[in-house]
Design a binder for this molecule. Structure first.
Ligand code: MG
Length: 256
């Protein structure tokens, strides 16, 4: 069921999104060679608690999961696509690319955001992968106008990615964007591929998280035994960007 947010809820989500983005960009500043993925997680949690909010992913148990997620931040390095579990043993090194994905609960309502960051200097291919993924998110946001459909977003993202000259990226299909607000994952689910005009209609007051995931190779992914970490089937790198947005009658408003 798609939930249309009230004016008051939108106000809370707008503030929550602003807080979330501020925190995620602070965590980004900490991404350097020698830092562990657990260091990033603990810093994110500290910042969230410091402003009186709640980390949304910590102890979150998605449908079908056997164990709750054990951290505040998802940290996915290189060939890991999303939902990487932070670890003291996992140390970032020069040339890695790392997706940091954070959910925040502010006054009972949720926002969700992710960015992919290079660790020190990265290869031109890695930089291009991140740049195209970030642009794909923007293309999706541009398509998320009131009156359009979920399929219009997927179609726009897919067309943009397929139109990259000389580059063939795998668009991850088994994971998608989603409604957000009352829960961290709500209807509608928003694939990063699709047919124009198909799917649920975008209505003002809907709040959704768009999150393209692009692989520098096959679209296929595998799930680790930890039940969370998705990685590319061919071991090539993957990038991920996500923002929470409000559907309006015109251009979407970005909350994060
Ligand atoms: Mg999400």
């Amino acid at each position: 069921m798609i939930i249309i947010k009230t004016k008051e809820e939108i106000e809370i989500l707008r503030e929550g999104g602003k807080r979330l983005a501020t925190i995620l960009y602070k965590v980004k500043e900490m991404v350097k060679p020698g830092v562990s993925t657990k260091d990033l997680d603990l810093y994110a949690e500290k910042l969230i608690r410091g402003i009186g909010d709640v980390p949304a992913f910590l102890n979150y148990r998605p449908a079908g999961a056997n164990t709750p997620f054990p951290a505040s931040l998802c940290v996915s390095v290189n060939e890991e696509v999303v939902h990487g579990i932070p670890s003291e043993e996992k140390i970032l090194k020069e040339g890695d690319i790392v997706s940091i994905d954070l959910g925040l609960k502010h006054r009972g309502l949720f926002t969700d955001m992710a960015i992919t960051v290079g660790v020190g200097a990265v290869s031109p291919a890695s930089q291009k992968l991140m740049d195209v993924t970030e642009k794909a998110l923007q293309v999706g946001i541009d398509a998320a106008m009131g009156g359009n459909t979920v399929g219009d977003i997927g179609h726009a993202v897919e067309s943009f990615v397929r139109g990259q000259k000389g580059l063939t990226y795998g668009i991850v299909e088994v994971l998608s964007g989603h409604g957000v607000g009352k829960a961290i994952h709500e209807d509608p689910y928003i694939p990063n591929f699709g047919k124009a005009g198909k799917g649920a209609k975008l209505v003002p007051g809907m709040v959704v998280a768009l999150e393209p995931m692009l692989n520098n190779g096959t679209k296929n992914v595998t799930l680790d035994e930890d039940g969370y970490t998705f990685r590319t089937a061919d071991g090539k790198k993957s990038a991920h960007f996500e923002k929470t947005i409000l559907i309006t009658e015109g251009e979407a408003e970005v909350f994060t």
